[in-house]
Design a protein around this ligand. Structure first.
Ligand code: TTP
Ligand code: MG
Length: 358
């Protein structure tokens, strides 16, 4: 019995055709058209589809497909380049409104997040509508929401009624709503696993759920076999990994204009470090690893890190470590983003927060 998960309520939110939706927002005349976002937006060049509107998906176009193939499938589609910077900005606004709903949020990518809503008194449907409304108000985009007793089911649920969906799955729905789905709907089941299962005559999650544990571990190895066994039953006890539980704190600044000026970067670094140190003090924490991240104007991203002999909350030591990291970068290009990350956090006084981070 999954007593723990029976009490939990996890909400997964995933934006609809995210990159494409952002593009349509600034060019509303594209609405309703087959639109493909990928590479430099030139279907004669090499590159893959990042995403496509639902109108384009009707032609068989999907993420990961070569742009040239997409062009063959639908020559009339409009091809646009990926404008990552803009999507990151929208993503940050979405995450910040979600954090107004709960701080128990796991950032799962540019267009998705998990929220632990176990403690909320409202019914799931009310919370789901609230999330959709908040996002709509903040960025005027649609998303799909899944609410379930764990992350796995919440993610599957959010995908069930895309776009603009709201799907609630309970333990009692596993047999009727999870089991009929193709195995491919399980996160972690890609084309290879799907084909291997197909050869065993297993096509649906329900069929997978009937395969003995030992058969799956024998065929797929202990880790993946166990995962498949658990996932097919709808079991998943992974926690929500929030900022706090990640045992790390971070700050990053995307500059208004890409910069080359070292003193300016140093100043930004000092600001970020001091902000983080203030947060450490507030939380009664010390950090052991300091990482500095730089994203250059062409989006090339590098990090350098320093591991201290022992965790500390002293601003001078932490700033020196961060400055040391910064000095190791080669500045051949302009910088668009500077980030500082404190990792391996410990409670002042030495009480550790469980296991170490990877
Ligand atoms: P997804 O949520 O997988 O896709 P989506 O939001 O475009 O569409 P859906 O409505 O089905 O959720 O991915 C989010 C964004 O991540 C997507 O807009 C583009 C990007 N992405 C890639 O760049 N490459 C990929 O292979 C995938 C799957 C997504
Ligand atoms: Mg999405």
């Amino acid at each position: 019995m999954e007593r723990e998960s029976a009490k939990r309520r996890i909400l997964h939110v995933d934006m609809d055709a995210f990159f494409a939706a952002v593009e349509i927002q600034r060019r509303p005349e594209l609405s309703g058209k087959p639109l493909v976002i990928g590479g430099h937006g030139d279907p004669t060049e090499r590159g893959v589809v990042s995403t496509a509107t639902y109108e384009a998906r009707r032609f068989g176009i999907h993420s990961g497909m070569p742009l040239r193939t997409a062009y063959q499938l639908c020559p009339d589609a409009l091809f646009l380049p990926v404008d990552y910077a803009t999507y990151v900005g929208v993503s940050e606004r979405i995450k910040s409104v979600l954090r107004e709903i709960t701080s128990k949020l796991e950032d799962a990518g540019l267009d998705e997040a998990y929220l632990d809503i176990s403690d909320r008194p409202e019914p799931s449907e009310v919370l789901g509508k609230m999330v959709k409304h908040y996002i709509r108000s903040a960025v005027d985009l649609s998303c799909s929401v899944g609410i379930a007793p764990n992350k796995l089911l919440a993610k599957i649920a959010s995908d069930l009624q895309k776009p603009d969906g709201l799907t609630i799955l309970n333990e009692a729905d596993i047999a009727t709503r999870l089991f009929p789905l193709p195995v491919r709907r399980l996160p972690g089941v890609g084309p290879k696993t799907e084909a291997a299962l197909g050869r065993l005559g297993i096509h649906t999650i329900g069929e997978l759920a009937t395969v003995p544990f030992s058969d799956l571990t024998a065929r797929f190895g202990p880790a993946h076999g166990r995962y498949l066994h658990e996932a097919a039953q709808g079991h998943d006890d992974r926690p929500i990994i929030t900022h706090w539980e990640r045992k790390s704190l971070s700050r990053q600044i995307t500059f208004q204009h890409d910069i080359r000026d070292r003193p300016f970067l140093n100043e930004a670094l000092v600001t970020e470090v001091f902000d983080l140190v203030a947060e450490l003090h507030d939380e009664g924490l010390m950090a052991k690893i300091v990482t500095v991240k730089i994203r250059f104007s062409d989006f090339e991203t590098h990090t350098h890190e320093v591991t201290l002999a022992q965790a500390t909350d002293e601003s001078q030591i932490l700033l020196e470590a961060a400055s040391d990291c910064l000095s190791r970068f080669e500045f051949k290009k302009r910088v668009r983003l500077l980030g500082v990350h404190f990792g391996h956090l410990d409670k002042v006084g030495g009480e550790s927060h469980g296991g170490r981070t990877a």
